[in-house]
Design a protein around this ligand. Structure first.
Ligand code: AP5
Ligand code: MG
Length: 216
């Protein structure tokens, strides 16, 4: 099964992708995580992407399409993947459709996670992540069971993203509304789109997706 999670910054794409990945043995493909890894490693792509990401703008289509095309070819993707944060422009969606045909794969469903803008700011500014395993947390909405210790790996180091400040989040939201929202029409027209209410708590959002998957 191959699926896309579409939604604004802070909608819960990464949170749901990790849960779905575990439940269905699917690989999470987050272009944001891949680009951050490239920035940390100081690669050519990372150097090109760094300033754009810190400004909350979208990295060029060519870069992200190239990254995804290579990643989908890796053996772990053969049983299925979850695209988290890709595609984000109509050009990326068109390129993905072409890539999937070339690679003899198909897209089963696109989930649009809907959340109001003001809630998103609160989600993003309160987010922190386990530096060891990448598990995501929130100061208010999803604290570790024991403060300072990751539930998944018992790690004790946590990190925050450079682009998780209110000013950059507003730019990311503008990019979402102008460049990514047209994808709702793109996928809606071909009946591949299902919308879920992302305002509910994490487990309830997960349940909505699970119910929709059983109906496929
Ligand atoms: P990316 O890393 O994809 O960031 P984003 O889209 O802005 O999304 P986030 O990761 O911030 O949010 P999320 O939806 O994953 O939410 P999460 O689950 O963490 O992209 C970063 C940058 O990379 C972009 O700005 C761009 O520059 C570049 N980029 C990436 N992909 C690109 C592409 N395809 N093309 C061009 N450029 C690209 O949840 C957020 C918080 O809320 C967490 O603390 C979580 O615990 C909490 N939470 C989650 N769900 C709930 C809930 N239901 N209730 C309460 N709290 C919740
Ligand atoms: Mg994310």
């Amino acid at each position: 099964m191959n699926l896309i999670l579409l939604g604004p910054p802070g909608a819960g794409k990464g949170t749901q992708a990790r849960m779905l990945g575990e439940a269905h043995d699917l690989v999470q493909l987050s272009t944001g995580d891949m680009l951050r890894a490239a920035v940390d490693a100081g690669t050519k792509v990372g150097k090109q992407a760094k300033v754009t990401m810190e400004a909350g703008k979208l990295v060029s289509d060519d870069i992200v399409i190239g990254i995804i095309s290579e990643r989908i070819d890796e053996p772990d993707c053969s049983t299925g993947f979850i695209l988290d944060g890709f595609p984000r422009t109509v050009a990326q969606a068109e390129a993905l459709d072409e890539l999937l045909v070339q690679k003899n794969k198909k897209l089963d469903v696109v989930f649009e996670i809907r959340v109001d803008d003001e809630r998103l700011i609160k989600r993003i500014t309160g987010r922190f992540t386990c530096a060891n395993c990448g598990e995501g947390y929130h100061e208010e909405f999803r604290r570790p069971e024991q403060d300072g210790i990751c539930d998944k790996c018992s790690g004790t180091e946590f990190s925050r993203r450079k682009d998780d400040n209110e000013e950059t989040v507003r730019s990311r939201l503008t990019a979402y509304h102008t460049q990514t929202v047209p994808l709702i029409g793109y996928y809606g027209n071909s009946s591949r789109l299902k919308s879920v209410d992302g305002m509910l708590e994490i487990d309830s959002v997960f349940k909505q997706i699970e119910v929709a998957l059983t109906e496929l």
